[in-house]
Design a protein around this ligand. Structure first.
Ligand SMILES: [Zn+2]
Ligand SMILES: [Zn+2]
Length: 333
């Protein structure tokens, strides 16, 4: 099969490699699409992919064959794959926080071959069925969308409360869609209908007064939750300033640079800051949202490219020449 292999100085090279064989508890999946994640972009930019590995973890595809101990799946079944198999036994798994599992086994992030390749082997317990009628390209958004669903869970936001999403990349747009999808619960004060506009305000000038003014005119004391999806350190403090007393900022985007925040603001208003990592087991909810057409998938997916163009796409995303979700189709030429 064809796979993209990281070769250090030479970058990401399309190579012919042996077709993988599923182990006893594994399934062989024909990859149809694999999204480029923000983490792929930053790992590539820093040159810290493992040598000889194949990245890619936002995958949709079709079952090809089953390991000897697997049942319940048929060749041709349309699936998405959770990129991390949790141990189910550590203190975090037992506490219902699988995203913090102490012994996760994953593909596409470490040594194990990921899905920028024509086939993928994965543990059967990580497969989820794609609902009928949901396009496999759109289904490939399930992994990042599960992060957005998880973030909304963590925020604890309730009916009638207002929220702001900063960052109109794929996660930010999906976050807005998840919140809008809960519209019946999250009533009128919601400011997310025009997430792009809010982002523009934060990104263009992190200290822009316009967003703060807008929040104040629409939501009085401020919003209950800010979903910080820019990962721009300078955006953090202005984002905190949008919160009403007792509000929460979810750190969804990330940066290696430290964020500078006003401790006085956090202290005096009893603000909370919480991180969000991974999908927290919310893949099924993400698939439901995609199948129900509640996510602007068409707008979020800006490009579908063949394997050979992956590196160019990573550079485009890193230079912010493309702000959307790029899917790799390993069968396209
Ligand atoms: Zn991802
Ligand atoms: Zn665990």
């Amino acid at each position: 099969m064809k796979a993209l292999v990281y070769r250090g100085q030479q970058g990401l090279v399309v190579e012919e490699v042996a077709d993988p064989e599923p182990a006893a508890e594994e399934v062989l999946v024909k990859v149809r699409y694999c999204g480029i994640c923000g983490s792929d972009v930053s790992l590539f930019a820093k040159g810290v992919f493992f040598l000889g590995t194949t990245p890619g973890h936002e995958v949709s595809g079709e079952v090809v064959s089953l390991g000897s101990d697997v049942s319940g799946w048929q060749p041709g079944d349309r699936v998405v794959v959770e990129p991390s198999k949790t141990c189910g036994q550590c203190e975090y798994c037992l506490a219902g926080r699988p995203e913090l599992c102490l012994q996760p086994e994953g593909f596409g992030m470490g040594i194990r071959r990921g899905a920028f390749a024509q086939f993928l082997t994965c543990h059967h317990s990580t497969l989820l069925r794609v609902p009928p009628g949901l396009d496999l390209a759109h289904a490939a958004l399930a992994e990042p969308l599960s992060v957005a669903v998880h973030a909304v869970d963590v925020s604890g936001i309730e009916a009638g409360q207002a929220a702001v999403v900063t960052g109109a990349g794929p996660i930010g747009l999906m976050m807005a869609d998840v919140l809008a999808g809960e519209g019946e619960h999250l009533a009128d004060a919601l400011l997310l209908e025009d997430a792009d506009h809010h982002l523009a305000a934060v990104n263009r000038d992190p200290s822009a007064a316009s967003l703060a003014d807008l929040v104040r005119s629409e939501a009085g004391l401020g919003v209950h939750a800010v979903f910080e999806c820019t990962g721009v350190p300078e955006a953090a403090n202005p984002a905190l300033g949008l919160l009403r007393p007792g509000g929460i900022m979810l750190v969804v985007g990330h940066s290696e640079k430290p964020y500078t925040m006003s401790s006085l603001m956090v202290m005096a208003r009893e603000l909370r800051i919480e991180g969000v990592f991974g999908g927290g087991g919310r893949f099924p909810a993400a698939l439901d949202l995609l199948a129900a057409g509640k996510v602007r998938s068409q707008e979020i997916i800006t490009r579908i490219a063949p394997l050979a163009e992956t590196e160019a796409c990573l550079r485009e995303l890193n230079d912010a020449r493309n702000h959307g979700k790029v899917l790799i189709d390993p069968w396209a030429t």
